[in-house]
Design a protein around this ligand. Sequence first.
Ligand SMILES: [Fe+2]
Length: 192
Amino acid sequence: MTREEAWQLLTTYNKEPFHLRHAITVERVMGWFARELGYGDEADYWSIVGLLHDLDFEGWPEEHCQKSQELMRQAGVDERIIRATASHGWGLCVDIKPEHEMEKVLYATDELTGIIGAAALMRPSKSVSDMELKSLKKKFKDKKFAAGCSRDVIASGAELLGWDLDTLLERTLKAMQSEEEAIEAQAGALSA
Ligand SMILES: [Fe+2]
């Protein structure tokens, strides 16, 4: 599946800039982690999983990670991608446990990118570029901040990866800093 095909599929079922921006953010973060963790030759695949992971969320929030499997099968998407995307709902809406390192990274970073993105919007710069780990840790601990982003899921994601929580926060922040320009170029164009 090419990036273009994945984008076509995504935008068939997702119209809201907020959801498209999240998809693009997770796409970029997944690509960054693939390269960082020594899976550079699979970076496109990791990225497509990131792009499509919430395919059904806009249209079928009650059937999250179930409906997406059906939509992807209809579209002839590779079973590996179907499994990987669904596994980020492990323990919440599906019984598919993240096994591959890529699946664990998706599970661990999905909600965390939400906290980091919300924290960036609070800054005068509106950017992650000048955000320090210390301030991210504060936002993480403040359960009322971006309350919809589950700290429990993020913490259990770190555990699945065998990383301590600070390592996960630090790497994901770095991923978003490295990819911010590319994310803005794409997502900014959508909401303009
Ligand atoms: Fe997500």
